[in-house]
Design a binder for this molecule. Structure first.
Ligand code: XMP
Length: 512
């Protein structure tokens, strides 16, 4: 086991992810709880994360001083390196040495940390992001690698197995960073590497039981992977203390609602309330064409309907959500600080405050691909687990302008054909998200001998790692031609098809 002490960096969970990828269990605890965690968890090694504070101020956080007497290997990253240096008698300076972005570090001496990864005398790219830097090493420490602006880029006291790096090995911008972490975790701390998602499942179940006790939990299902995995996991932990609520807003894709209901009721036998709120939502959206107003209308109504159902069920103490780690980071910048709202995501925030319930969020530490692995582990069908992400406001944001039932029906048919062709071509899993958009534009066409005057359908498909940036998918033209022909022939109301070749940025994935 590895203990990760969090000093508040935005990327601490990435350290945890890297350790999990090495097959080693890790826990992230805030620095205030580190001393207790060292006693109770009995880790084989400790990683100190980065953080926004400056070690040079008195009030800034520290690692427990005893840590350095436990004999445990310690790996300090950025702020973690600085506080370790300061706590062991070295010096840190602030101010003039800020460094953000790529730097090259030159390896000066051999170390178990570099084993099989970095060679003496060579330089390697790393990702720096710091305002302070270590200026004097504590006794017993030596420099293992240096960069132009960070003479102490990697330092160590090999005898005590204390290592410190100025850069961030946990981010992908440090190409061999994951291997350095692996060397620390596996070779230096001596962890075995036999931990799997199966183990995560068992631990998560224990945590849910400990949190919920005999309380009752309700979980909103969206039809997507995250809420489904959260619900199945929670059901495994506490059985029928869980009730799922599926608010059907009438903005789902073809046959999606039935799939969710069948999966939960028949396959898993999980108590499920299917709220038929289609008329309510479509009524509320009448005359609404501004994208943000649409999103807010749907978000607010969703909370109202959900709240009402929860009251009917009664006595629930906990609200379960399929929040993932990227939602945690994104929602921070969505609510606080100067960053602008590009799009308001209705499923993040709002609900818990309103309902005054405690949250159960068993997927909070995981990334999307890890949730998929967990979903398979829990026996969810492959086709369900591998589904593309689908936005909370559903098809409403794929019909720019005002929505009507008729437009939604047309869009559902076109979208189903497009996805069927993608699946048949074996491309579904290569694509992050693919969908059709029904434009509020009509154009002239000719079919048989008659003039037509119908809607334009735009097709979108992108590749992405996390939805934050995306590239359009390079289909071959014959494929696109086939899809267009089918849509125009089979879907009444569409007479023209276009393909969207915008990447993100500057575009977004969804059209609204
Ligand atoms: P954009 O359009 O901002 O989308 O590039 C990035 C990813 O987020 C999804 N998305 C949403 N998901 N509620 C959600 O749950 C929303 O309101 C929402 N808006 C966009 C989008 O489908 C893509 O995967």
């Amino acid at each position: 086991k590895i203990l990760i002490v969090d000093f508040g960096s935005q990327v601490t969970q990435l350290i945890a992810r890297r350790v999990r990828e090495d097959g080693v269990y890790s826990e992230v605890v805030p620095f205030q709880k580190a001393a207790e965690a060292i006693r109770t968890m009995k880790p084989k090694g400790v990683i100190l994360s980065g953080g926004p504070e400056s070690v040079t101020t008195d009030a800034s956080p520290r690692a427990p001083q005893d840590l350095f007497e436990t004999g445990l290997p310690v790996f300090g990253i950025c702020y973690g390196q600085q506080t370790m240096a300061a706590q062991l008698g070295g010096q840190v300076e602030s101010g003039h040495h800020s460094e953000f972005g790529r730097a090259d570090v030159k390896v000066l001496s051999e170390s178990p940390l570099f084993q099989g990864v970095w060679q003496v005398g060579k330089s390697y790219p790393v990702w720096m992001s710091h305002g302070d830097r270590v200026t004097k090493l504590p006794e017993g420490f030596e420099v293992l690698a240096a960069s132009e602006n960070a003479p102490f880029a990697v330092v160590a006291n090999e005898q005590h197995k204390f290592y410190g790096v100025q850069f961030h090995p946990e981010v992908v911008h440090t190409p061999q960073g994951a291997q350095l972490i692996r060397n620390f975790v596996r070779d230096i701390a001596g962890c075995k590497g036999d931990w799997t998602m199966k183990a995560f499942r068992e631990e998560a179940i224990e945590r849910i039981r400990a949190q919920v006790g005999t309380g009752r939990v309700i979980c909103g299902l969206s039809g997507g992977v995250d809420s489904a995995v959260a619900a199945v996991l929670i059901h495994e932990a506490i059985g029928d203390q869980l009730t799922c609520v599926f608010v059907d807003h009438g903005l789902l894709r073809a046959s999606e609602a039935e799939q969710v209901v069948t999966l939960f009721r028949d396959h898993y036998n999980i108590p499920l309330v299917h709220v038929q709120a289609q008329d309510l939502f479509i009524g509320a959206l009448e005359g609404v064409s501004d994208p943000e107003v649409k999103r807010k209308t749907i978000g607010k109504l969703f909370i109202d309907v959900f709240d009402e159902e929860a009251k009917k069920i009664g006595g629930a103490d906990f609200l379960a959500q399929g929040t993932l780690y990227p939602d945690v980071i994104e929602s921070v910048s969505f609510t606080g600080g100067p960053s602008v709202t590009i799009k308001s995501h209705h499923n993040v925030g709002g609900l818990p405050e309103r309902m005054k319930m405690k949250l159960v969020e068993p997927l909070r530490e995981l990334f999307k691909d890890e949730v998929r692995v967990l979903g398979r582990e829990l026996g969810l069908p492959d086709a369900f687990v591998g589904r593309h992400p689908f936005p909370g406001p559903g098809l409403a944001i794929r019909v720019p302008g005002e929505i009507t039932r008729e437009k939604l029906d047309i869009l559902r048919k076109a979208d189903a054909i497009y996805l069927e062709e993608i699946r048949n071509a074996g491309l579904y899993d290569e694509i992050w998200q693919a969908f059709a958009v029904l434009l509020p534009v009509k154009t002239v066409g000719v079919m048989g001998d008659a003039r037509t005057y119908d809607h334009v359908c735009a097709l979108r498909a992108v590749t992405s790692i996390d939805g934050m940036t995306a590239d359009f998918y390079p289909f071959d033209m014959a494929f696109l031609g086939r899809v267009a022909t089918r849509i125009i022939n089979e879907v009444k109301g569409i007479n023209r098809v276009t393909y969207d070749i915008t990447s993100k940025p500057p575009g977004t994935i969804e059209w609204e």
